[in-house]
Design a binder for this molecule. Structure first.
Ligand SMILES: [Zn+2]
Length: 389
């Protein structure tokens, strides 16, 4: 599945309809969640008291909510394409499935959070300069590149004051895996965004901090506006725009970085870091979000898939506390240089981690060429450094 995003330009009338559709979907979403919630509370009572008139447990599921939707459609809901509404029920179901799998309890969505609706199969048509949506009309679209493959779904997205159409496409053929002749380990960090096991560093672009002043300025202005006033609404849009700018810059940069990695290497090993493990220190958290490395790993993974390259996420356990010789070298996050008292290796700590990450990769390579780790081993040996293996 691949996604294409294009900006659309609804006229005033269409924008009203789009906003109405969003509102209808959001209300349906919240109502459906509320119903499930009530049902489960009711079930708990039945279970706790085991008393007569309430009978046995009943659960609301996707199908019953879908049936109910068809049977009790309101006039407002009839103004929305039926599949779009069904997709809302599916979203509700998905959020409960996630909950059953250990994620958070489904939340009610406010006006600013619920900003997309989806045509899962039909009800939309795209040609030349227009996107035709059932019950909404033909909207001007800026299609800056050709869509390859068969379009499956169309999602309409509101981003502050702009609208987008996102198409997911089924791509029939993926490239077969190419032989692995180059392998690299990648350490994601804060000092330098990415450190490769060949010693190369890819610097972070600190968009957030650059645009932070603008953001602070606009937010301060926002705090001075009176609640509920028209000026406050305008200012909220301004703040949203600054956020959007940062997000776009970061995305572009991450696309560039991941494209470079996939182009250069056949086999890329990342550490499988859970962001939550690191986001404890608040200051640190900001830098991590700033660097946006989760996005880089995602982008690299899907680009690699279509290029026939290999990606592996490995457990980063001890990759920051061990030497290449296997000796335990504990160090705090603030210590930037790795010094091993066993073998004498002195190297940037992120570089050591990247090499250890590369070594953890389990996919066999296809040729006798030296991996970065091996070539560095050779270099060190030639330079007369102590043996480190
Ligand atoms: Zn060592």
């Amino acid at each position: 599945m691949k996604a294409y995003t294009f900006r659309i330009y609804p006229n005033k009338n269409q924008e009203v309809k789009l906003n109405k559709t969003l509102a209808t979907c959001r209300h349906l979403y919240n109502d459906s969640i509320a119903k499930r919630k009530r049902e489960s509370e009711f079930n708990r009572l039945k279970r706790d008291f085991q008393v007569f008139p309430w009978g046995k447990l009943e659960w609301i599921d996707y199908y019953s909510q879908k049936r109910e939707l068809t049977a009790t459609k309101t006039d407002i809901q009839k103004e929305v394409h039926s599949q779009v509404l069904q997709d809302v029920i599916k979203r509700v179901d998905r959020s409960f499935q996630n909950f059953f799998n250990g994620y958070g309890y489904p939340r009610f969505q406010g006006r600013n959070r619920y900003n997309t609706f989806t045509f899962p199969q039909s009800g939309f048509d795209i040609n030349d300069m227009e996107l035709t949506l059932s019950k909404i009309g033909s909207i001007r679209i800026f299609q800056h590149r050709e869509i390859e493959g068969r379009i499956k779904t169309c999602t309409i997205k509101k981003d502050v004051d702009q609208w987008y159409a996102v198409f997911t496409v089924d791509i029939a053929k993926k490239k077969d895996k190419v032989p692995i002749k180059t392998k690299i380990g990648v350490d994601v960090g804060l000092e330098s965004l990415l450190t490769l096991s060949n010693g190369e560093k890819i610097k972070p672009q600190k968009f957030y901090r650059k645009s932070e002043e603008a953001l602070v300025w606009e937010q301060r202005k926002l705090s001075r506006k009176k609640k509920g006033s028209a000026n406050r609404k305008k200012q909220i849009i301004k703040v949203g725009k600054v956020h959007r700018k940062i997000r776009k810059q970061r995305k572009d940069s991450n696309h560039k970085t991941s494209r470079g990695l996939v182009k250069t290497f056949d086999y890329i090993v990342f550490e499988d870091l859970q962001i939550n493990n690191l986001v404890q220190n608040r200051h640190l958290a900001k830098s991590i979000l700033d660097a946006g490395w989760g996005q880089i790993i995602r982008f690299t993974a899907y680009k690699a898939e279509y290029a026939g390259k290999t990606i592996e996420l490995v457990d980063p356990y001890y990759t920051s506390q061990t030497c290449l010789c296997g000796y335990h070298v504990p160090k705090k996050l603030s210590v930037r240089v790795h010094i091993c008292h066993q073998c004498g290796l002195t190297l940037n700590r992120d570089h050591v981690s990247a090499i250890l990450i590369e070594r953890k990769g389990t996919v066999p390579t296809d040729c006798g060429e030296l991996t970065p780790v091996e070539s560095m081993q050779k270099q060190l040996a030639e330079a007369g450094s102590p043996s480190i293996y």
